[in-house]
Design a protein around this ligand. Structure first.
Ligand SMILES: C[C@H](O)[C@H](O)[C@@H](O)[C@@H](O)C(=O)O
Ligand SMILES: [Mg+2]
Length: 394
């Protein structure tokens, strides 16, 4: 098996939900007046799609071995990511052995250093890396969690992200993370509305259910501090991604400002072990939240997780479906996982990357037995009904 080589890598694009889960129709909770760095512009305040949160679409990476086995993965990246795969990264993948995952990663990263390092290029490298792990698992007929060294728990527990933590509580989730709706540009009135929404939800869920706020990079240090202080009486468990991903200094200050016992979390838009080293060594947060489809892939997330472990930090990956479930199952410092409620009213559990992954597992009563993940690779197949388009066919 070790001499099996990679014959083809192919990059496709898909639109409409899936890995680019912000790509939803009107009326979805995930695009309903959520506070963002663009909210200072009133014309871009109501809808994140209006400023292009869904402009990229989904990248599908397919990798075919010399024995015909195909591994694949999906992430956010669309056509520009497909270009990078076909025109640049393919040279490091085709002809390599299926076990050359570390070497391929290093060559992809070092060769794109002059224009990559974060964002789209690292999303693209992540997509290739996840497809390589899926391929190896399918060749070895092992689930990825076993390739990683095996599970440390036989059940995963999830908190739910969405507009309805009260419904998530009834569905068995361990907590509910709500999007923040108003940012600094809406002044004291907006701050009051944010706190009223939290107070109402606390009333509905009772005193013990975890409630968190996701601020999606939209605040400044003073506003985030005031929000945290005001939210403390409503038992806010953590304030998430309050500041720009580049404001390491602001996060370190916020962590000192928040009331004792409140957690500061961030990281979904951070990339590579070097980015997370900055967050950890500057004491920016209590929990890092890398997205395995955006931070460099599984090969990089394992390195990031070890770094976090040395800093006694938890790693709770940003929701990325099966790609994070197999990882979380194997890490003692990842005690729970995120599940993004992708039903438009956040009132039912649907697969996170729907409709792209056949066999995509979902939490049942907020939990997932490890046995559900005991299929080769990441245990999912590409939905053949999805209209794949290969923009840079070679
Ligand atoms: C709910 C948030 O605004 C984002 O849409 C969400 O994708 C992300 O921040 C998360 O943590 O799930
Ligand atoms: Mg978030």
């Amino acid at each position: 098996m070790g001499h099996l080589t990679i014959k083809h890598v192919r990059a496709f694009v898909l639109r409409g939900g899936g890995a680019d889960y912000h790509d939803q129709a009107d009326g979805h909770w995930i695009d309903d007046h959520i506070s963002t760095p663009m909210s200072k512009y009133p014309e871009y305040r109501q809808s994140r799609r209006s400023f292009g949160i869904n402009v990229l679409g989904t990248l599908v990476v397919e990798i075919e071995a010399s024995d015909g086995t195909v591994g694949f993965a999906v992430t956010t990246g669309g056509e520009p990511a497909a270009y990078i795969v076909e025109k640049h990264l393919a040279r490091f993948i085709e002809g390599a052995r299926v076990t050359d995952i570390e070497k391929i990663w290093d060559q992809m990263y070092q060769s794109t250093l002059y224009y990559g390092r974060k964002g789209l290029v690292i999303n693209t490298i992540s997509g290739v890396d996840l497809a390589l792990w899926d391929l190896l698992g399918k060749i070895r007929q092992e689930p990825v969690h076993q390739l990683l060294g095996g599970a440390v728990r036989d059940e995963l527990q999830f908190y739910a992200t969405g507009a309805r933590p009260d419904l998530a509580q009834k569905m068995g989730f361990i907590g509910g993370k709500m999007p923040l709706h108003h940012g600094p540009s809406e002044g004291e009135e907006g701050l009051r509305k944010n706190l009223e929404a939290l107070a109402t939800m606390r009333e509905r869920v009772g005193p013990d259910f975890w409630l968190m706020l996701d601020c999606w990079m939209s605040l400044d240090l003073n506003y985030a501090t005031k929000l945290a202080i005001g939210a403390h009486e409503h038992g806010l468990k953590w304030i998430e991604e309050a500041l720009s991903p580049d404001d390491y200094w602001g996060y370190a200050a916020l962590r000192n400002n928040v009331p004792k016992g409140m957690l500061v979390t961030t990281g979904e838009h951070e990339a590579t072990r070097w980015g997370f080293r900055m967050l950890l060594e500057m004491g920016c947060c209590d929990i890092i939240q890398p997205d395995v489809g955006w931070c460099g892939g599984l090969t990089e997330l394992v390195k990031i997780s070890a770094l976090a472990d040395a800093h006694n930090a938890m790693v709770v990956p940003h929701g990325s479906s099966v790609y994070s479930y197999h990882f979380v199952a194997t890490r003692h410092n990842s005690p729970f996982a995120e599940f993004l409620m992708m039903a438009p009213k956040a009132d039912e559990v649907v697969p996170m990357f729907h409709p792209q992954l056949l066999g995509e597992p979902v939490p049942v009563n907020g939990r997932m037995r490890l046995s559900v993940l005991d299929k080769p690779g990441f245990g999912v197949d590409l939905n053949p009904d999805c209209q794949l388009h290969r923009p840079y066919n070679r």
